[in-house]
Design a protein around this ligand. Structure first.
Ligand SMILES: Cc1ncc(COP(=O)(O)O)c(C=O)c1O
Length: 363
């Protein structure tokens, strides 16, 4: 099969077609270099240009202030769950975690192996279908940081604004809504994101870290786990994931020059999500969204049908109709449509008409 289908996967997710085409054209030989990106040394001038442009374009997209480092790391967001505790959680302090889904809970569990952590709020009691009210959040004013997950990929719950943390640095796992909307980076101590949803392919994790937090890094960490070492070496203490960084760079250029920046991509994302949520809301209860309406994610839309049997039938027929990756995660069940930045609006329209037609046949 060489035709493209609509890919609703939660990650790795869909990439912009123009990025794939450019990567395909340049894979045999980067223009002017005569070698593929897969073959050039990371110490060479062509790769220096790739990584420097990727960082500069990301800085431009997110207006990252100068007192923040941008790191391109490996090991996925899951490795950051541990590294941020190793680097930023001193022995005499504890860190607060807001648990709004299983990724936040996973981050909490990992940090707990390495230091003192506190559950500052949790919505596990309602199967993570909502955000905690401010009255449910109990923060420690002396905490080393407050950690939250801006978008819970499995439960489809997204923060509309940053939670307030006073003077305590905010640390955010932004894996599944990174560069999907404008963000005021200056409100954060650290942002991290596995690239494989909105920013590029698997294999690189982006870390944006405020300079003063680097001073907390204790001596003696293994070099590859040490944010100071990574920062000092421009993310090239060892061989970085060159290809993944190259693709992220192309995605950042696409966002800047083809889409027109993060305000524009937010508009597109809002339009796509509205199409889908309207279809759920106007289905007389046939389709039921998991998340409460005030915190619905623009990126991941989990929903149920009247029975598991119908859900299985829906997935099977949708797949046959070129709508792939809709099976939901087992913790919610049902369906999940992930509609990241690069997911085309036409694909959402196709899903919506498939949903209407399926309901007419099986309602
Ligand atoms: C919000 C969030 N955090 C963390 C992860 C784990 O990322 P990785 O597979 O890069 O470790 C995921 C993966 O889906 C995620 O969605």
């Amino acid at each position: 099969m060489s035709e493209r289908i609509f890919n609703f996967s939660a990650g790795p997710g869909v990439l912009p077609e123009s990025v794939l085409k450019q990567a395909q054209r340049d894979l045999y030989a980067l223009p002017g270099v005569g070698m593929s990106i897969l073959e050039v040394s990371h110490r060479s001038a062509p790769f220096e240009t790739v990584i420097q442009e990727a960082e500069a374009d990301l800085r431009a997209l997110l207006s990252i202030p100068d007192n923040y480092k941008v790191l391109f790391m490996q090991g996925g967001a899951s490795t950051q769950f541990a590294l941020l505790a190793m680097n930023l959680l001193p022995k005499d302090k504890s860190a607060d975690y807001l648990l709004t889904g299983s990724w936040g809970a996973a981050a909490f569990k990992e940090a707990k192996k390495l230091g003192k952590v506190r559950e500052a709020a949790s919505t596990a009691d309602t199967n993570y279908n909502r955000l905690p009210a401010s009255t449910e959040i109990t923060l420690d004013p002396d905490a080393a940081f407050v950690h939250f997950t801006s978008n819970e990929t499995i439960f489809g719950v997204e923060f509309q604004d940053e939670p307030t943390s006073g003077t305590v640095p905010l640390v955010c796992d932004m894996s599944s809504n990174f560069v999907s909307r404008p963000v005021d980076v200056s409100k954060y101590g650290m942002i991290y994101a596995g690239a494989q949803k909105n920013a590029g392919p698997a294999g690189v994790t982006i870390v944006i870290l405020r300079d003063d937090l680097l001073e907390r890094v204790p001596a003696g960490l293994p070099s590859m786990f040490d944010y100071q070492v990574m920062a000092k070496n421009g993310s090239m203490y060892n061989t970085p994931p060159c290809f993944s960084i190259y693709i992220c760079g192309l995605v950042f250029k696409w966002l800047l020059h083809e889409i027109g920046g993060l305000d524009k991509v937010l508009e597109l994302n809002q339009r796509k999500a509205k199409l889908l949520y309207d279809s759920i809301d106007h289905s007389d209860g046939y389709y039921r969204g998991h998340a409460e309406t005030n915190c619905r994610s623009l990126m991941n839309v989990p929903f149920r049908l009247p029975s598991e049997e119908l859900e299985n039938q829906f997935v099977k027929e949708a797949t046959a109709a070129g709508l792939d990756g809709l099976k939901g995660h087992r913790s919610v069940g049902g369906l999940r449509a992930s509609i990241y930045n690069a997911f085309p609006e036409a694909g959402v329209a196709r899903l919506v008409s498939f949903m209407d037609e399926f309901r007419k046949r099986n309602g």
